[in-house]
Design a protein around this ligand. Structure first.
Ligand code: SAM
Ligand code: SF4
Length: 323
């Protein structure tokens, strides 16, 4: 199992399949993405070698992300390839939901176990304003379809925004009353490109936590390798609510994930200057070389990000490495 000098163990890989995206989320890619890197994206054989090597090092869960992963034409082959690697127990994906209704059945057929869909507002006009895409009803239908088709784990990701969705908490709570989905509130993170937006829109996760507790939500107990989210449950709600608060104390103490960009760069953290290409190691079947690379790289993983000091590292926007 990969481990760093702070005894954190890494069993979870977030693999970005593309930097391209068809949405223009105001906190991420307000001007869209020009797709200049598409020709350079990791190929299916490279992905297979990468995932095989990570699995040999103890990785059990892969999350496919981006940019927008569903823009990859070979997405189903990628899901099936990851799923077939010995040791990989769960293949998950994060998507903006644009292709959810059309493609969920084929993703499930390929072996997808878990899905996170980003939904920043339950109000169609606000959703369109934040994402640049007037598609909320279609995405909500896709979410209901995914549930009815029996996907094992389904979560909604909502980035907390002071102006746009801070007042929607009662609507979000009502949404998970009858639906067995987990809603994830993610505190807005500052990146190289979103400084002015961040200053206007950052809303502390703690204010949401206090509102949840006041509304009768209870904080669950985490298991040892659960990752950084705080999970809440409510006796009268089928669904749950998670809070990801990257600015909270000790957030990084539970870090269990590594990231590889669509160009084959290993990122030890979302907000680091430290990233190194391992693509040259994927030209042939040589998992031992990848293992050595990973173990050596992990010696340099910091104990914590430095977001509180506005140090966002090399990350211009989270579409580079998948959030
Ligand atoms: N395009 C897909 C999507 O939006 O779900 C996957 C990639 S996106 C970068 C992954 C997650 O990161 C999304 O839930 C998105 O809302 C979140 N995200 C992007 N930029 C963020 C930021 N600056 N702060 C917090 N979350 C962010
Ligand atoms: Fe695209 Fe996801 Fe970034 Fe929105 S958050 S612009 S959907 S990559």
């Amino acid at each position: 199992m990969l481990q760093d000098q702070f005894n954190r163990r890494f069993s979870y890989l977030r693999l970005s399949l593309t930097e391209s995206c068809n949405f223009r989320c105001s906190y991420c890619l307000p001007d869209g993405n020009e797709c200049s890197s598409r020709a350079e994206e990791l190929t299916l054989p490279e992905i297979k070698r990468l995932v095989t090597a990570f699995a040999l090092c103890g990785t059990r869960k892969i999350r496919l992300t981006g940019g927008e992963p569903s823009l990859r034409r070979d997405l189903c082959d990628i899901i099936a390839t990851c799923k077939a690697v010995p040791g990989i127990e769960q293949v998950a994906m994060t998507t903006n939901g644009y292709r959810l209704k059309r493609d969920i059945q084929s993703w499930l057929d390929a072996g997808l176990d878990a899905l996170n869909v980003s939904v920043d507002s339950l109000d169609p006009a606000t959703f369109a304003l934040v994402t640049g895409q007037d598609r909320l009803p279609d995405i909500l239908e896709g979410i209901d379809l995914a549930s009815s088709l029996g996907i094992k784990k389904l979560k909604l990701n909502t980035v907390l925004l002071r102006q746009h969705n801070a007042g929607e908490l009662p609507d979000f709570m009502a949404f998970v009353k009858q639906r067995a989905v987990t809603l994830r509130f993610i505190e807005l993170m500052q990146t190289g490109d979103n400084n002015a937006f961040f200053a206007r829109q950052h809303l502390s996760g703690d204010s949401i936590k206090q509102q949840l507790l006041a509304a009768g939500w209870l904080l669950g107990v985490k298991d040892a390798h659960a990752g950084p989210a705080q999970e809440f449950f409510h006796p009268q709600h089928q669904g749950g609510i998670g809070l990801i608060m990257p600015y909270s104390k000790d957030f990084c103490a539970d870090c269990n994930r590594l990231r590889v960009s669509s160009l084959g760069e290993l990122y030890l953290c979302l907000f680091t200057e430290q990233h190194r290409s391992l693509r040259h190691l994927l030209a042939q079947d040589d998992p031992e070389a990848v293992r050595q690379f990973l173990q050596h790289s992990l010696l340099f993983k910091s104990s914590s990000h430095a977001l509180a000091e506005q140090k966002t590292g090399a990350t211009r926007h989270l579409a580079m490495i998948g959030g």
